[in-house]
Design a protein around this ligand. Structure first.
Ligand SMILES: *Cc1c(COP(=O)(O)O)cnc(C)c1O
Length: 454
């Protein structure tokens, strides 16, 4: 054999070895390996969902000229939504932030009052309390379902406490039996923040039908959407009258709605209360009518997938499904979340794990909300001040005075969250998620090596 042939073979061998090493070096998609899912060929389910029915509804509103102000679509939606939730009344409004504010106002909460909210939630839950000049008291959540911890609620009660805002967070439901028992004992109002729980239920009762008022968001990412929008539910006629007036510049409710059920908030004809415009448009209501029709089937599909995925996660090391009561409807989950334990992944940080998972699957994988005592979007002390505040109030609303160790552990070490649309495809998608977790588990050393090098 010629010398040059030998050289060529040697070079080829070296090349093959190098390629093999490369293959091993970059198994994980985050390091340039091939992702488990080719999202171009096989995209995740799209959100929002719409077809000709939404188009038709929107055109009807357009052509009618009744684009807003207690329009026919708004009335129809309010009626069907109330019935669906299992409440006497539903009132739609501009978004799921002002609904919380209006609920607090209708409950008579304001200056000098304290409202207990969970430390792990979207900032609006606490910000709405500031909007009515009350103090948001942040309490810790339960490690196994990330919802407000009733024991912590009880500890936080003072003579100034007037209400609790439990949030049914992501895939879990607050222990409302415990919350309602505490509320009755201390004569507190309960406003359920149901922004994640359209159609979710526990013990046969739907979110938004248990507390004094339920507050819903129809923002684009939520389980039902009109781009923006919100709704309030209640079975208390007096609260209904106030809520309806508050969302409509303080005007008394229209006669046909309040004549038989109204509790007489107003003394004589012509009395009004101070408020602003928080109304919804009939375009939004047209979308919501269709969204509500789709919801039960969407929840059913998500529920089936969530149950299956939870059963797979329960078998795997280093990951743990959320704890749900057996009566909970799993499909009403704004996010699907699970808990991560880095000790079982050779110490691999959860942020890196989420990043690697996102790269394998080609979808977004997020942390939980930032705990509200250290949240970039919950900064009550922003200047300039809107109102002149007493030193006492200024201190009462300081988020840094609350301790939320469980919220911080969830946020920094445990949380892995998927948008609910990821659960709207076939069962095989759930298998793929678990395959991706397994792939990261098997190649944790490779990932740790790249972390060490960077
Ligand atoms: C989305 C959300 C809100 C606010 O709803 P918007 O319609 O976006 O104003 C309130 N609370 C929670 C928990 C939410 O997720």
């Amino acid at each position: 054999m010629q010398q040059s042939d030998n050289y060529a073979i040697l070079t080829l061998l070296r090349f093959i070895q190098h390629e093999e090493r490369n293959e091993i070096m970059s198994k994980l998609a985050i390091n340039g390996g091939r992702p488990l899912r080719n999202v171009k060929a096989n995209p995740w389910p799209r959100w929002p969902v719409w077809d000709k029915k939404e188009e038709k509804g929107l055109l009807e509103v357009l052509k009618s000229g009744v684009w807003s102000y207690n329009g026919p679509k708004e009335k129809q939606f309010n009626k069907t939504f109330a019935k669906f939730i299992g409440a006497e009344y539903a009132i739609s409004a501009a978004n799921g932030t002002v609904t919380l504010q209006l609920a607090l106002e209708a409950c008579g909460i304001g200056l000098g009052d304290e409202v207990i909210v969970p430390g792990l939630t979207w900032q609006a839950t606490a910000a709405s309390v500031l909007d009515v000049n009350a103090a948001a008291v942040l309490v810790d959540v339960k490690p196994d379902n990330w919802c407000i911890d009733p024991t912590e609620v009880e500890k936080a009660i003072t003579p100034r406490t007037k209400a609790i805002i439990p949030v049914h967070l992501y895939g879990c439901f607050t222990d409302m039996d415990a919350i309602m028992a505490i509320a009755r004992k201390h004569n507190l109002r309960v406003i359920e923040d149901c922004a994640h729980k359209h159609g979710g239920e526990r013990n046969g009762k739907k979110a938004g039908s248990i507390g004094d008022v339920g507050s819903f968001s129809f923002q684009l990412s939520k389980l039902m959407t009109a781009g923006e929008g919100g709704a309030l539910t209640t079975s208390d006629p007096e609260l209904f009258e106030k809520l309806d007036a508050l969302r409509n510049c303080g005007r008394r409710p229209e006669k046909e709605e309040s004549a038989d059920k109204g509790a007489g908030l107003y003394g004589s004809e012509g009395d009004f209360i101070q408020s602003g415009n928080y109304r919804i448009t009939d375009f939004q209501a047209a979308l919501l009518i269709e969204s509500l029709k789709r919801l039960p089937e969407h929840n059913r599909i998500r529920g089936k997938n969530a149950k299956y995925l939870n059963s797979l996660l329960a078998e795997r090391p280093g990951v743990q499904p959320m704890k749900n009561d057996k009566t909970e409807v799993l499909g009403a989950c704004y996010n699907f979340s699970f808990r991560y334990n880095k000790d079982e992944f050779k110490g691999l940080d959860v942020a890196k794990f989420r990043e690697a998972l996102a790269k394998e699957l080609g979808c977004s994988v997020e942390a939980s909300y930032e705990p509200l005592n250290a949240c970039s979007l919950y900064t009550p002390h922003t200047k300039p001040q809107r109102h002149k505040l007493s030193e006492e109030y200024w201190q009462a609303i300081d988020p840094a005075r609350f301790e939320l160790p469980v919220c911080h552990r969830i946020y920094k070490e445990e949380s892995v969250c998927f948008h609910h649309s990821v659960l709207m495809g076939p069962k095989a998608d759930m298998d793929l998620i678990v395959n991706a977790i397994e792939k990261i588990y098997d190649n944790a050393e490779e990932l740790l090596e790249t972390v060490r090098q960077s």
